[in-house]
Ligand binder design. Structure first.
Ligand code: 13P
Length: 260
């Protein structure tokens, strides 16, 4: 169970799924299933594709839903000739609170480097939004005994030049690449070991206060059936959910993991 003071954060990363009509329907259905007690116990965020963000913002405002609006990605510059990109300022104007940075799909498919991830973390913080900094190892790296060092390198590079206070407020998502979209979940013990490692990396870099405050999510085939056990681990403060967040009843059950 997350230490007192670290409010769990359950985030739905929709990836490249759902047009804005489908997105509105999903959020409305979700809002019928999640109640005041849930929001008191757990922070909930949704991370739609860019084209849906304005529509979801409108629904959250109109219905006064305490779901936090998130994005999946942004550029690190404020403006310029970057065809197809979106600036952090543009997201902040839409009331986006959390931005996923350095997801393994962005790193692997779109060539995002640790340096780009670091620049994005700083740009997001500058807009008073919270980065969800992703890290995680491939199966080959895990089998070669390199999981810990890979994650440490990604975190230290991602947080280079970021102050202790800012680090305390951010979210780090440990997502083993071999568990993403595969149906294979890390065992709760393995997930705990790696999330504890993430916290120890933060402790060594930024001290006790930041390490005790930073929220660490586990991601990789989180489902209604395994959420409670994962969330029961000492260093797991939340979940970054892909596939299972695309369907309201299942995502609601993950949000309500404490009742199962
Ligand atoms: P799945 O839950 O579909 O494995 O995706 C995890 C993920 O990548 C969330 O960012």
């Amino acid at each position: 169970m997350a230490e007192q003071g670290r409010k769990p954060l359950i985030s739905g990363n929709w990836k490249m799924h759902l047009n804005h009509f489908e997105a509105i329907q999903l959020v409305q259905t979700l809002s019928y299933e999640v109640d005041k007690d849930d929001y008191e116990a757990v922070d909930v965020s949704v991370h739609p594709p860019f084209t849906d963000i304005r529509s979801i913002q409108t629904i959250l405002d109109a219905d006064r839903l305490p779901i936090l609006l998130g994005a999946q990605h942004c550029h690190f510059e404020s403006k310029g000739a970057f065809t197809g990109e979106v600036a952090p300022e543009m997201l902040a104007k839409l009331n986006v609170k959390l931005v996923i940075v350095g997801h393994s799909e962005r790193r692997e498919i779109f060539g995002e480097t640790d340096e780009m991830v670091n620049a994005k973390v700083k740009a997001i913080l500058k807009q008073d939004m919270t980065p969800i900094l992703c890290c995680g190892e491939t199966l080959d790296e895990r089998e070669a005994g390199q999981a810990e060092s890979k994650v440490e390198t990604q975190i230290l590079a991602g947080l280079h030049g970021v102050g202790k206070e800012a680090i305390a407020g951010l979210v780090i998502a440990y997502e083993p690449i071999w568990a993403i979209g595969t149906g294979v979940t890390a065992t709760p013990e393995d997930a705990q070991t790696m999330c504890a490692h993430v916290r120890s990396v933060v402790r060594a870099k930024a001290g006790d206060e930041a390490a005790d405050a930073v929220r660490i999510q586990y991601g990789g085939s989180v489902k209604p059936g395994n959420a409670a056990e994962l969330m029961g681990q000492a260093d797991i403060d939340g979940a970054l959910v892909g596939g299972a967040s695309l369907e309201a009843p299942g995502f609601a059950r993950i949000v309500k993991y404490r009742l199962s």
